[in-house]
Structures are given as structure tokens and as C-alpha cells.
Write a protein that binds this ligand. Structure first.
Ligand SMILES: Cc1cc2nc3c(=O)[nH]c(=O)nc-3n(C[C@H](O)[C@H](O)[C@H](O)COP(=O)(O)OP(=O)(O)OC[C@H]3O[C@@H](n4cnc5c(N)ncnc54)[C@H](O)[C@@H]3O)c2cc1C
Length: 458
């Protein structure tokens, strides 16, 4: 960091090695807390009074059922967007974790009846929900809901489900699955002779319900009290529109360049689905103003151009760990298409902070005409040490610059060779991100030196 950048009044303290170590420590603590939440209720069942022993496989299958249910309940916490918890990893990693853990939890829950049926074939009769007792009906309802959750999650696009209908169904099925699972467990009450064991599971259930209440009631109420007003809808190149939003009756929030927020334009924050967008404006703005630059890609984004100036909107944020601040000799920003938006925030912020370190932007676009922020990037070169390398998929006649896609060869042509010393930021289509991550690995850049933001959580 240069002395000029420290002296500048807008400069925020950089995230140093000590902060990174603190984030790692926090990540480990949350992992331990997570495991504790899953395993403690299970081990608690081993203490106190015991009902008559049953076969190993029966007990084993029941342990799997308990663990699966505890994992399912805790999923409400993983998707609750607790900033303090998600910060060490970033939201996309948390959602990835959520998907993987769901598969494990569903596997455990489904294994529970399968093992029981193999061990005690007479129990297969319980599958007849017309004659089975309620506790078995709840088990069936829970298991079928979980299977439906997985099928819809894995094959949403193939099933041609819109994101909004999938999201609503996902939440309803998850609540039904966990509630029916709890009712099934309480119905058998095999392990609940001791009041403290009952208390533990009742406490856990209240905790899960509280998580849901926080996400769907407390948090929307908080966001409702902090609305924003659209002050401008600006057309950009490349079918993209920038929404300029100002806090309405409050000071707004501060964010770090590269972070994103969840936007609700139509309806209130109680609406099930909000849309995530990176902030494209400078994080150094002092009036609370935020901008999001949105490409027309689907039903919600196609209508952004029609948002009237003065409309009240809601932003839940900031979120994300994709942000500058680590020690580095230079920033290398690799953007594909609309992946330019977080980079734009970084570049604008570095310019406002008079940061003197070099910034190289490798920017992939389809055509010369569709390059979002093309003119502003040129202008920003006067304010910071910025080099922009455009890589065009369909270049115009006479184009002498890079063509095709951003590859390891393109990077080697434009980056100074001490590759592992730079800090890399990558955002764009999944296929581009995979290619760039592979290219960085080839160039010997350690994983700790690059940051990726994927625009697909599901
Ligand atoms: C962290 C993050 C930052 C993003 N930043 C930007 C940005 O700065 N500019 C920009 O143009 N786009 C950005 N996106 C992508 C943007 O959120 C989607 O393009 C948009 O939500 C699509 O909505 P739609 O209804 O128009 O399209 P649809 O056709 O309904 O959806 C297209 C795809 O977008 C995803 N998607 C749709 N709705 C949501 C939602 N509510 N939550 C999560 N994913 C959804 C789904 O994978 C869906 O298949 C970002 C995405 C993420 C995850």
C-alpha cells in the first residue's frame, strides 16, 4: 500500500493478514458449532435411561434418522444470510455447502427406513399410509417431501420450473419435511423417557422455528424500515441498465467493493424471492447511494428498464467475501459479460481512494459495441494505473486486439510474470470461471490469491 493511499480521507483500512487469520479462526469455530448442533442431540440420546436394547441395525438406522433430521433443521440457519457467519466463506460457498449437506441429510433420512425394512421386513406394511399409524404417515410425508426437494433442486431447469415457483415450493417442502420428521420422532418417543432429552429436542425444534421466523419475519421487518428510492435508471451498453438508488429516511449502509445485495423491486421484503446483484458503484460514496447494473436475462431483469424513477425498493445487504483489501502488488480483474459489475465497483473505489497500485482488467465481451462501461473504463485510466485488455468473441473487421476467450495464453501475454504476487478477482459465466481457475493453477497461482464470484447459486 502506498503512503498516498493511507493519507487519503476516503481510504478504508486494508484487510491484512491478521484479519484474514481472524476470518479463518471464525470459519473453524463455526464448523465446530455446526458439528456440535448435529452430533450433540444424537449423543445425548445415549445418556440417561434407556429403553430395552434392540438390534444393532435398528439402532443404527434410528441414529441415521436423528442425524439427518438435525441436519435438515439446521439448513434453515445456513440459508438465513447471517452476515457474520457467511463472511469467512462467501455466500456462494454457503449455498454450495447447503446443497451438498442437503444431499447427505436426505441420504441419511432415506437410509433410515431402508435399513429398518431390511432388518425387520414386517415394517414394510407401514408404507400403506391408509392403515399405518400417524407416526408412520408423518415419516412417509417427510421422506416423500425430501425426495421431491432433491428432484426439484437437481432438475429445476429440465423440469422447466421458474426460479420463483421453485423457490416457493422449495421452502414449503422443506418446512413440511422437517415438521413431519419431528412429529414422526415424537410419535415414536422411544428415546424420550428422560424429560431433559425431550427438552433438548424441543429446544432444538424451537431454535429451527426461530431461524425460520428470523428469515421470514424479523429480517423483512428490518429491511422494510430501511427502504431505498430509485433516483435514475441509466442505459448502459450490452442490454444492461443501472439502477441508482438512494436511502429513503435513513443513512444507508456501507459496503466493500465487490459485494452484492438482494434486491426487491416489486412487493415488500416479505416476498419470498429477492434477486442478487453486485453493487457496481464506488464503495467510497458517502451519501449512502448504491448502484446495481443489471443485464436483461430473464423475466425480472427484462423489466428493469421499466422501473419508474421514485419507486420504493428494498435492498438486503451487503453480502459476500469477493472483495479487495488483501495485501497485493497489483489487482488482476478477470470479467466476462455482466461479471464486470463487481469489478466496476472495485475500479471506481480504487480511483476514489487514489490507490496507486496497478490494476489490469481482462474483459471478455461478445462484440465491441456490447462492452458495458466501455467509455467510462477509458476515462478511469486518467484516475488510476488501469490497463484494460478487451477480449472479443466476435471482433469487428480490422480488430488487432485479443479475440476468442480469456485463456492462460492471454494472461501470460499481458501479466507481469510474478503471477503468484498478484491478487486475482474472477467473475463471469461458469465455463469462463472454470477455465480461468484452471489457467491460474497452471500459472502456479495459489488458491489463496484468487477470488471467484459465481452468479449461479442454484
Ligand atoms: C452473487 C450474485 C451477484 C449477481 N450480480 C449480478 C449483477 O451485478 N448484474 C446482473 O445482471 N446479474 C447479476 N446476477 C445474476 C442475477 O441475479 C440473475 O441474472 C437474475 O436474478 C435473473 O433473474 P430473472 O428473473 O431475470 O431471470 P430468470 O430467467 O428467472 O433466471 C435466470 C437464472 O438466474 C438465477 N436466478 C433467478 N432468480 C434468482 C434469484 N432470485 N436468486 C438467485 N438466483 C436467481 C437462476 O439460476 C435462474 O435460472 C448475480 C447473481 C448472483 C448470485
Amino acid at each position: 500500500m502506498t503512503s498516498e493511499s493511507i493519507a487519503h480521507p476516503l481510504h478504508r483500512p486494508a484487510v491484512g493478514a491478521a484479519t484474514a487469520r481472524a476470518a479463518n479462526a471464525r470459519a473453524v469455530v463455526w464448523m465446530v458449532v455446526y458439528l456440535l448442533f448435529i452430533l450433540a442431540p444424537l449423543f445425548a440420546l445415549l445418556g440417561g435411561a434407556h429403553p430395552p436394547a434392540r438390534s444393532f441395525w435398528t439402532e443404527f438406522s434410528i441414529a441415521l434418522g436423528y442425524a439427518g433430521l438435525a441436519m435438515m433443521g439446521l439448513q434453515f440457519g445456513l440459508t438465513a444470510r447471517f452476515r457474520y457467519i457467511t463472511e469467512p466463506w462467501g455466500e456462494d460457498v454457503i449455498y454450495h455447502f447447503h446443497r451438498r449437506l442437503s444431499l447427505i441429510a436426505v441420504g441419511l433420512v432415506v437410509a433410515h427406513p431402508i435399513i429398518l425394512f431390511l432388518e425387520r421386513p414386517e415394517l414394510v406394511a407401514l408404507l400403506n399410509s391408509f392403515q399405518a399409524p400417524w407416526r408412520a404417515r408423518f415419516a412417509a410425508l417427510s421422506t416423500y417431501s425430501l425426495i421431491a426437494l432433491v428432484v426439484m433442486g437437481l432438475w429445476r431447469t429440465k423440469l422447466r420450473l421458474s426460479y420463483e415457483s421453485w423457490h416457493l415450493t422449495h421452502i414449503v417442502l422443506a418446512v413440511v419435511a422437517v415438521t413431519a420428521g419431528i412429529l414422526h420422532m415424537v410419535g415414536w418417543s422411544f428415546y424420550f423417557e428422560d424429560p431433559w432429552k425431550r427438552g433438548l429436542w424441543v429446544g432444538l425444534t424451537i431454535f429451527w422455528i426461530a431461524l425460520l421466523g428470523y428469515v421470514r419475519i424479523a429480517k423483512p421487518l428490518f429491511i422494510l424500515r430501511k427502504p431505498y428510492r430509485v433516483s435514475e435508471v441509466r442505459k448502459e451498453r450490452g442490454n444492461t441498465w443501472t439502477l441508482v438508488m438512494r436511502p429513503d429516511g435513513h443513512a444507508g449502509f456501507t459496503f466493500r467493493p465487490g459485494q452484492f445485495g438482494w434486491l426487491t423491486v416489486y412487493g415488500s421484503p416479505f416476498k419470498i424471492t429477492a434477486h442478487p446483484f453486485s453493487f457496481s458503484s464506488s464503495a467510497a460514496a458517502t451519501d449512502g447511494r448504491v448502484e446495481m447494473s443489471i443485464r436483461e436475462l430473464g423475466d425480472f431483469t427484462n423489466d428493469i428498464r421499466k422501473v419508474p424513477v421514485g419507486r420504493r425498493v428494498y435492498i438486503d445487504g451487503p453480502y459476500g467475501a469477493f472483495t479487495t483489501g488483501n495485501p497485493a502488488d497489483m489487482h488482476v480483474l478477470v470479467a466476462g459479460g455482466v461479471g464486470i459489475t463487481p469489478m466496476m465497483s472495485m475500479i471506481r473505489t480504487l480511483a476514489d481512494e487514489c490507490d496507486k497500485r496497478p490494476v489490469i482488467l481482462l474483459y471478455g465481451s461478445k462484440t465491441w459495441e456490447s462492452i458495458t462501461f466501455r467509455e467510462e473504463l477509458e476515462a478511469l485510466k486518467a484516475r488510476l494505473d488501469l490497463t484494460v485488455i478487451h477480449v472479443l468473441e466476435n471482433p469487428p473487421d480490422g480488430w488487432t486486439g485479443e479475440r476468442g476467450f480469456i485463456t492462460a495464453a492471454v494472461m501470460q501475454r499481458h501479466l507481469p510474470p510474478s503471477y503468484a504476487d498478484h491478487e486475482y478477482f474472477i467473475c463471469g459465466p461458469d465455463v469462463m470461471m472454470d477455465a480461468i481457475e484452471g489457467a491460474l493453477e497452471k500459472l502456479g497461482v495459489p488458491i489463496s490469491k484468487y477470488h471467484s464470484e459465481r452468479y449461479s447459486f442454484v
